[in-house]
Design a protein around this ligand. Structure first.
Ligand SMILES: [Zn+2]
Ligand SMILES: [Zn+2]
Length: 270
C-alpha cells in the first residue's frame, strides 16, 4: 500500500525543483519589488517546507491505508464491495485518470478549505497558514501538520479507492505543488483566458487579505479557481490591486516561535 500511495523520495525531488523554479521567477520579475528574498521568518518557513513536504507523504500513506483497513470489514458486513475493489478507473489511460482525479481531489480540497475557514475549531489550525505577512513561494508550505491529517489524507483517499495509478498520484501532487507555489509567489500574473479555471497569484493574494478574511474569506480554490467562480466565492479586482495587509484579526496574539506553532492550538506555550 505504501509504495502505491506515494513515492516520497520522488515527490521530494520535485518539491525542490519546483521551489527553485519559483524562487528564480520571483528574482527575475517580482510583483512587490520592496520584498526581500530572505525576509523575516524565512528560516522557520524552510522548516515547514521540509517537514510538510517530506513527512506529508509518509503521513498521507499511513492515514489513508489505516482508513482503508478500517473501512474494509465494514463494507464486508454491509455486503458491498470493499473500497479497494471498487477501482472504477483502474483500467483507464493515465491522462483520463489524471484529469478525473485532479478535478475530484481539487473539488474536495475546495470544500475542506471552506470548512477550515468556517468551523472555528478548524480555523484555529488553519491560522498558521494565514499568519503569513509577506506572500512568497515558500508560504505555500506553511501549514499545520493537522491539515495533512484532516485535509490531504481525506482528499487522496478517494483516489486510492478508485484505483488510481501511483505515478498519476505523484504527478497530481507535483502539479498541485507547482500551482500552489505559484499562487503564493511574489509574481503578478493570471493565466490569461484560463484565469477563470486555474488559480493564480493575483487571485490567491486576496485569500490572505485581512479584511476579506474577517468576512469568512474569498478564493478558496487550490489548483483550480473554477469552483470559486461556480459557487460565488471568487474575488478578482480588475485593476490588479493588492491587499494593504495580509493575515487575520488579532494576529499579534498568534504564537511566533516554531515550537509554540507546532503544538498550537492543542497546547499553548510561549
Ligand atoms: Zn485559507
Ligand atoms: Zn495561501
Amino acid at each position: 500500500m505504501l509504495h502505491i500511495l506515494w513515492d516520497t523520495r520522488g515527490y521530494f525531488f520535485w518539491l525542490m525543483a519546483v521551489s527553485l523554479f519559483c524562487w528564480i521567477l520571483e528574482r527575475l520579475a517580482p510583483w512587490r519589488t520592496e520584498q526581500k528574498a530572505f525576509r523575516r521568518q524565512i528560516g522557520q518557513d524552510f522548516f515547514w517546507l521540509v517537514f510538510n513536504g517530506h513527512y506529508a507523504g509518509v503521513a498521507l500513506a499511513f492515514v489513508s491505508s489505516w482508513l482503508i483497513q478500517q473501512l474494509n470489514p465494514l463494507f464486508g458486513k454491509w455486503n458491498v464491495p470493499p473500497p479497494e475493489s471498487i477501482r472504477l478507473l483502474a483500467d483507464s489511460p493515465w491522462w483520463a485518470q489524471f484529469i478525473v482525479f485532479l478535478l475530484l481531489k481539487d473539488f474536495l480540497e475546495y470544500i475542506v478549505h471552506n470548512l477550515l475557514h468556517r468551523l472555528p475549531i478548524l480555523w484555529e489550525f488553519h491560522k498558521l497558514h494565514h499568519s503569513i505577512e509577506e506572500l512568497d513561494w515558500i508560504g505555500n508550505m506553511r501549514f499545520h501538520w493537522m491539515e495533512i491529517v484532516v485535509y490531504k489524507a481525506f482528499t487522496y483517499l478517494p483516489l486510492v479507492m478508485l484505483g488510481v495509478n501511483g505515478n498519476v498520484i505523484l504527478w497530481i501532487a507535483v502539479v498541485s505543488t507547482l500551482i500552489g507555489h505559484l499562487n503564493h509567489s511574489n509574481l503578478n500574473f493570471n493565466w490569461g483566458f484560463l484565469r477563470y479555471v486555474i488559480n493564480s497569484p493575483r487571485m490567491h493574494v486576496w485569500h490572505h487579505d485581512v479584511i476579506l478574511r474577517g468576512q469568512h474569506g474569498k478564493n478558496f480554490g487550490v489548483v483550480l479557481c473554477l469552483w470559486d467562480w461556480l459557487f460565488g466565492t471568487a474575488y478578482l479586482p480588475a485593476d490588479q490591486d493588492q491587499p494593504e495587509k495580509l493575515g487575520f484579526e488579532s494576529m499579534e496574539k498568534f504564537p511566533k516561535t516554531l515550537l509554540s506553532r507546532l503544538v498550537y492550538p492543542l497546547f499553548k506555550v510561549k
